[in-house]
Design a protein around this ligand. Structure first.
Ligand code: COA
Length: 700
């Protein structure tokens, strides 16, 4: 029994607001329930009618002797609360609230929606909506919606936050030969959301692939867990719109500016194995691919074409998508050479030439599919005078039958003359496109999914030794008491040290003598920096002195900085001068964190230094559940990694220490949600160990 079984497979359904008047939503829903072939009991609810659409009508849900599992509500917004209350009292388990006029219309609507949710909570009811088209399950079967189309049965579950998008897709799906297992309009997601329906579809034996169109995610953490579990059972493909608006990342740090507002979704989807579609077209191309084609074992693609240009386009796309052009075995090449005309291309792409009829396509396809070095095949066809589209389609279908493990895709480039063949392929479940690009994009989605499935879930990092939470709390306490949100360098270094992040020694001093004493303790050379939360660009105000070698230099450096700062910014509050040990140069890196409102802390790693925003060589991961394997992948994604492994004869850097430092930053920002942003830039990486030089921490 799944969590939403009584919603998607109810024993009885009430339609509240059922109307005898054709054209009204309450009438459409009732007719849809009846006409979908629903086997359970149907109760039309209407205060004025005895009978609607041939069924006995009831004045209220409370009048039904046995409570239905589901009530679909289509009464005006002002009546919804009382109807929901009635449903609760009657013992209804689930509501689908079609009615609009809630959160989406503003403050008053939001209040109404909150009251509706409270009623659901009070009676233990689950609710889809409000403001939805409803849902359809083709296997129950039940059409609990006012959509005009009942789709054909299929293996795709489609969840859509936009009702309009949902009805448009349903209308289009029939002509496109697409079937659905379930279609859900998510609406305002006041109670149930995409998370619940992803979980439900993952458990649904009729669903092979889960598609979502969403505009936001209600609970980032729950989403990651549920979608991550679902993605390991079946492909989850999501098109998320609204990429330019707030996923809201603050951007006062380097890391925040590098991340941008949409990156958190990218990172989150990738980390939990969800495939991100970039358009509605891609969403459904991937749906067809996952529903129809076997997932290829690897990334080696073969192309069979009757023309050169499309073959080149396809080859370019294979490479651009990170796939590989298959290298045929010696036997395949010899056989192709022997039987195909001398002008034919016998390597990949196989060009069977413009005068190819079905038999030549069949031969080439047969050989290519039998080759163990081929995982998937794209058949390209342009309509030359002698082309036999239907017979060639039959050949494709026969070869596919003989090689069910190979993913075969087609791109029939043309119109009317290829339409019959293309329709046959669609009917028989071979994904067929008009141009090569979407075919290759779909294959890359399948390959990506296969790789994800074959990657073992990284083990959670073991508890970190040497963590001093109390020490961090004490620093934060002092900062807040001082009415600040930005830590001084010495405070940030202390926080880092409490979490075992190797920070270069630094001390805050208030007099030249104190500065000298600290410098002597650390050992020369040292750096002096003005300590003032108001001065962000210290060098610009003459607030930094580097490479000081003696007590005398420290003393005069101290005085000089004080004079400079006083000259430039007489109003600035200066806490003193920080004395920092001058560290030997290492590879300059950045480790940072910015916080996303949905998914929490995002960790950044990359090439550091002053040009970090220009070079943008940075990779990101969510801090939560960050595994060692993911940290390693994160390093490998950057160009900095080439430097770390030892570039042009240089000795490799201490990658182990780097992985450890990233883990510790992730732990710190997870343990302390009050850290809104953190940049360590630069971190110097050495052959042995690291040194965090400049650490910025901002609290909320
Ligand atoms: N219990 C049962 N039936 C009730 C009722 C109650 N408490 N209160 C009213 N009704 C009946 C009415 O008598 C009417 O039946 P009738 O046609 O026999 O008179 C029926 O429910 C509908 O009420 P009505 O006042 O005619 O409303 P409507 O049909 O014009 O509009 C909605 C109702 C829900 C369709 C409308 O409020 C709405 O929200 N429309 C937008 C829906 C939408 O777009 N959703 C989002 C999609 S993305």
């Amino acid at each position: 029994m799944t969590k939403l079984a009584s919603l998607v497979r109810p024993k009885a359904v009430a339609v509240v607001g059922a109307s005898p008047k054709a054209g009204k939503i309450g009438n459409t829903i009732l007719k849809n329930v009846i006409e979908s072939g629903y086997k359970g009991k149907i109760y039309p609810i209407n205060p004025r009618e005895d009978q609607i659409e041939g069924l006995k009508a009831y004045p209220a849900v409370t009048e039904i002797s046995e409570p239905p599992d589901l009530a679909v509500i289509a009464v005006p917004a002002a009546r919804v609360l009382e109807v929901a209350e009635d449903c609760g009292k009657a013992g209804v388990k689930n509501l689908v609230v079609i009615t609009a006029g809630f959160k989406e219309v503003g403050k008053a609507g939001l209040e109404l929606e909150k009251k509706l949710v409270n009623i659901c909570r009070q009676y233990g009811m689950r609710m889809l909506g409000p403001n939805v088209v409803g849902f359809i399950d083709t296997h129950t079967p039940l059409n609990a919606s006012f959509a005009g189309t009942f789709p054909r049965q299929g293996e795709i579950a489609f969840l859509s936050q936009s009702g309009a998008m949902l009805v448009a897709i349903l209308d289009w799906s029939d002509a496109a030969g697409l079937g659905f297992s379930r279609v859900v309009s998510l609406g305002n997601k006041a109670d149930l959301s995409e998370i619940d329906f992803i979980e439900e579809a993952a458990a649904d034996p009729h669903t092979k692939v889960i598609l979502c169109y969403i505009e936001d995610i209600v609970d980032g953490q729950r989403f990651l867990e549920a979608a991550g579990r679902a993605a390991r059972q079946k492909p989850v493909v999501i098109y998320k719109s609204g990429t330019s608006q707030a996923g809201a990342l603050a951007a006062s740090s380097h890391t925040g500016a590098l991340a941008g507002s949409d990156l958190a979704y990218d990172v989150a989807f990738r980390q939990c194995g969800v495939i991100r579609a970039r358009s509605m077209t891609e969403l459904f191309d991937l749906a067809v691919a996952f529903a129809k084609a076997p997932v290829p074992r690897g990334s080696r693609v073969a192309i069979v074409t009757n023309s050169g240009g499309p073959g080149i386009i396809a080859t370019d796309n294979v490479e651009a998508k990170g796939l590989q052009m298959a290298r045929f075995s010696k036997e395949t090449i010899e056989e192709l050479q022997e039987k195909l005309p001398a002008e034919a291309g016998i390597y990949n792409p196989v060009d069977v030439l413009g005068d190819a009829k079905a038999d030549r396509y069949r031969f080439a396809l047969e050989k290519v599919c039998a080759d163990p070095n081929v995982d998937s095949v794209v058949v390209l066809m342009c309509p030359a005078g002698v082309t036999q589209p239907v017979e060639t389609t039959e050949a494709i279908l026969e070869v596919r039958k003989a090689h069910p493990d190979k993913a075969i895709f087609a791109a029939f480039m043309g119109g009317e003359s290829l339409a019959e063949g293309a329709a046959m392929l669609a009917r028989e479940g071979v994904p067929c496109f008009t141009f090569p690009e979407p075919a290759i994009a779909a294959i890359s989605g399948l390959v990506y999914y296969n790789e994800m499935l074959n990657t073992p879930e990284g083990e959670a990092a073991a508890a970190l030794p040497g963590i001093d939470r109390k020490g961090v709390k004490a620093v934060f306490y002092d900062v807040i008491k001082d009415n600040r949100l930005v830590l001084l360098g010495s405070e940030a270094a202390e926080v880092a040290r409490c979490y075992g992040i190797p920070a270069a020694p630094v001390a805050l001093t208030v007099s030249p003598e104190e500065a000298v004493a600290e410098a002597e303790k650390m050992g020369y050379p040292v750096v002096l920096k003005v300590a003032s939360p108001k001065i962000l660009h210290k060098t610009d105000v003459g607030g930094v002195k580097i490479g000081l070698q003696s007590a005398e230099e420290v003393r005069s450096g101290f005085m000089e900085i004080m004079n400079n700062v006083h000259g430039y910014l007489p109003q600035a509050v200066v806490y003193g001068i920080e004395v920092q040990k001058m560290m030997p140069r290492g590879t300059e890196l950045i480790i940072g964190m910015t916080r996303d409102i949905q998914f929490g802390p995002l960790i950044a790693f990359g090439l550091g230094g002053v040009y970090v925003n220009l070079i943008k060589d940075v990779s990101f991961r969510l801090a939560r559940g960050l595994t060692l394997r993911e940290i390693e992948k994160m390093l490998q994604e950057t160009r900095a990694y080439t430097l770390l492994r030892g570039y042009r004869g240089e000795k490799p850097r201490d990658i182990g220490a780097l992985v450890d430092a990233i883990r510790r930053v992730a732990a710190l920002v997870t343990d302390f949600p009050e850290i809104t942003e953190m940049d360590i830039n630069p971190v110097f990486a050495y052959e042995e160990g690291l040194s965090a030089l400049d650490i910025k921490i901002t609290l909320s």
